[in-house]
Design a protein. Structure first.
Length: 386
C-alpha cells in the first residue's frame, strides 16, 4: 500500500519505506502480515459456518481497518458510542451497529440524524435497547418515517451489565418496537463478555450453553405473541466458535481476533476455533539497566494494563510493574537481561484501550526484526467517549 496520510505528522510520514529500526519509541506498531492472516482466517471461518461477521471496531478504532474487514466479507461494523458511529460513517463506513443503549436526548438526536444520513447513502444504522422508555424516546426522536433504524433488544446472558434480566422481559419490548413504523425489530443482542476470558474451554462451553438456553427460551416467548427475532447477534474472540455452531446465532461480533492481545493469549486454546497471531505491539527501548531488572520507556501512556501487564514478545522477560512512562522487566529462567538501548516489543494486555492511547498505528511489512514501514493507520475514533 505504501501510503502516508497527508494529515499524519511529518516525522511519521518520513518513516514510510524505512526499516523498523527507524521507528522511535514508544510507538504502536501493527505487524501487517500477521494482521492480514488473522483477518482472512476469521473471514474464512464465518463463511464456512454460514455466519454473518460484524467485527467490533471499538477494538481497532480505524475506518481503514474496518473497511478491510468488510472487503474480506464482514457485513458491517459494531461500535459502542454514538461518536464512534459518526466518525466511522464520516470516513466511509455505512453499515454500523451501536451495540449499546443510548438514552440522552441530545445523543438520540444525533442517532436519528445519522440513521437518516446512512439510509440516504444506501447504508444502515442499528442500535441496542433494553427498556421501554429507551424505545419510546428513540421512536419519538426519529419521528415520521418507515423502517429508519434496526433495533436489537439486549438480553443479559451473563455479562451482568446492560440488558433485560429475563427472556420474558424481551416480549413487551418487542411489542413496543413493532408498534413504531420508524423502528424495525432486527433481533436479539446476546453477548456474554464474561465468557470471553474464562480460561478453560470447558468453562466457556458451560457459559455458552446457558446463553443458548436463554436465547431459545426468548425466541419461543416472542414467537408465541406473533413476532419474530430475525437475527441473534453476539460472540467475541474467546467464544465465537461456540456461537457459530450453536444453531441459534446468526452473526458474530468478535473484534480482538484482528490483533490478539496478551489477555486472550492466556486462554486455553479451543481447537474448534482458528489460531490467531499477535499483531499489535508497542515498540519500546531499554532506557535504564540495573543488576536485577531493566526499565523500558513505555508505560501507562503507551499501553493499558486493566487486563494485566504486557508480555514481552520473543524474550525471556517478565513485566513486574508499570508507571506513567516506565515498565520494569526482570529476566526469567536464568536468561540474561537485555543491554541498555535494546529494542523490545511489548504485547499489550488489552488491545482496545491501548489503541485509544495513540493517534496513529505504524503498519510494518516483513516482520518486527527486518520489516519495513508500509503505512500509517489513523485511529479515527480515538477519544470518542459520547
Amino acid at each position: 500500500m505504501n501510503s502516508a496520510p497527508e494529515s499524519a505528522p511529518a516525522r511519521l510520514q518520513t518513516l514510510i519505506g524505512q526499516g523498523v529500526a527507524a521507528i522511535d519509541t514508544p510507538a504502536l506498531v501493527v505487524d501487517l502480515d500477521a494482521m492480514e492472516r488473522n483477518l482472512q482466517r476469521m473471514a474464512d471461518y464465518a463463511k464456512a459456518h454460514g455466519m454473518k461477521l460484524r467485527p467490533h471496531a471499538k477494538m481497532h478504532k480505524s475506518a481503514t481497518l474496518g473497511q478491510r474487514q468488510m472487503q474480506a466479507g464482514a457485513v458491517g461494523l459494531c461500535v459502542q458510542k454514538t461518536s464512534e458511529a459518526e466518525a466511522l460513517a464520516a470516513a466511509g463506513v455505512h453499515d454500523l451497529y451501536i451495540s449499546n443503549e443510548v438514552i440522552a436526548p441530545a445523543k438520540l438526536a444525533r442517532v436519528a440524524t445519522l440513521a437518516r444520513q446512512l439510509a440516504a447513502q444506501g447504508g444502515r444504522l442499528a442500535i441496542a435497547v433494553d427498556s421501554l422508555p429507551g424505545i419510546e424516546h428513540l421512536a419519538q426522536t426519529l419521528g415520521r418515517g418507515e423502517n429508519l433504524i434496526d433495533v436489537y433488544i439486549e438480553l443479559d446472558v451473563g455479562q451482568k451489565r446492560c440488558g433485560v434480566a429475563t427472556p420474558a422481559d424481551v416480549v413487551p419490548l418487542a411489542q413496543a418496537i413493532a408498534r413504531h413504523p420508524a423502528l424495525r425489530l432486527a433481533g436479539l443482542q446476546a453477548y456474554n463478555g464474561r465468557a470471553q476470558h474464562l480460561r478453560t474451554v470447558a468453562e466457556r462451553h458451560a457459559a455458552l450453553a446457558e446463553v443458548v438456553r436463554l436465547v431459545q427460551e426468548t425466541r419461543r416467548l416472542v414467537e408465541a405473541v406473533g413476532l419474530k427475532l430475525p437475527l441473534v447477534t453476539g460472540a467475541g474472540s474467546g467464544t465465537f466458535g461456540l456461537e457459530a455452531t450453536s444453531g441459534v446465532f446468526g452473526e458474530l461480533q468478535a473484534g480482538s481476533y484482528l490483533f490478539m492481545d496478551g489477555d486472550y493469549a492466556r486462554n486455553e486454546a479451543d481447537p474448534a476455533q482458528p489460531v490467531f497471531e499477535h499483531a499489535l505491539f508497542v515498540k519500546t527501548q531499554v532506557m535504564s539497566a540495573s543488576a536485577g531488572h531493566v526499565v523500558v520507556d513505555a508505560g501507562h501512556k503507551s499501553h493499558a494494563i486493566d487486563s494485566g501487564l504486557p508480555r514481552v514478545h520473543g524474550e525471556a522477560l517478565e513485566a513486574t510493574g508499570c508507571s506513567d512512562e516506565h515498565t520494569t522487566l526482570r529476566a526469567t529462567g536464568g536468561a540474561p537481561l537485555p543491554a541498555l538501548g535494546s529494542t523490545l516489543w511489548l504485547i499489550p494486555g488489552h488491545c482496545d484501550p491501548t489503541v485509544n492511547l495513540h493517534d496513529w498505528m505504524i503498519g510494518v511489512r516483513g516482520g518486527l526484526q527486518a520489516g519495513t514501514v508500509e503505512e500509517l493507520i489513523r485511529v479515527d475514533t480515538r477519544g470518542c467517549l459520547d
